[in-house]
Design a protein. Structure first.
Length: 68
C-alpha cells in the first residue's frame, strides 16, 4: 500500500501521482488540513502549492511504498 495523507508530516519529501495517471510529482508537505474527518495535504512544488488527498498515490522520498 501507499502512504495516506493523514500519515504525512510537515516538511516530509514525497512523490505523488494521481490515481489513473502516469506523471509523478515531487514536493514537500507544507501543511495538513482536516475537514470533517478528511485530510488534505498542502504540498510545495517550488513556489507552487497544490492540495492532494487520498485519490493520489503517495510515496516517501525513499521511493518505497509503506504498508498500511
Amino acid at each position: 500500500m501507499y502512504l495516506k495523507t493523514h500519515e504525512l508530516i510537515q516538511e516530509q519529501e514525497i512523490w505523488f501521482v494521481k490515481k489513473g495517471h502516469s506523471q509523478s510529482h515531487f514536493g514537500v508537505v507544507d501543511d495538513l488540513i482536516y475537514n470533517n474527518g478528511d485530510c488534505i495535504a498542502v504540498i510545495r512544488i517550488g513556489r507552487i502549492k497544490v492540495e492532494i488527498n487520498d485519490n493520489f498515490i503517495i510515496f516517501d522520498n525513499n521511493l518505497k511504498s509503506v504498508e498500511g
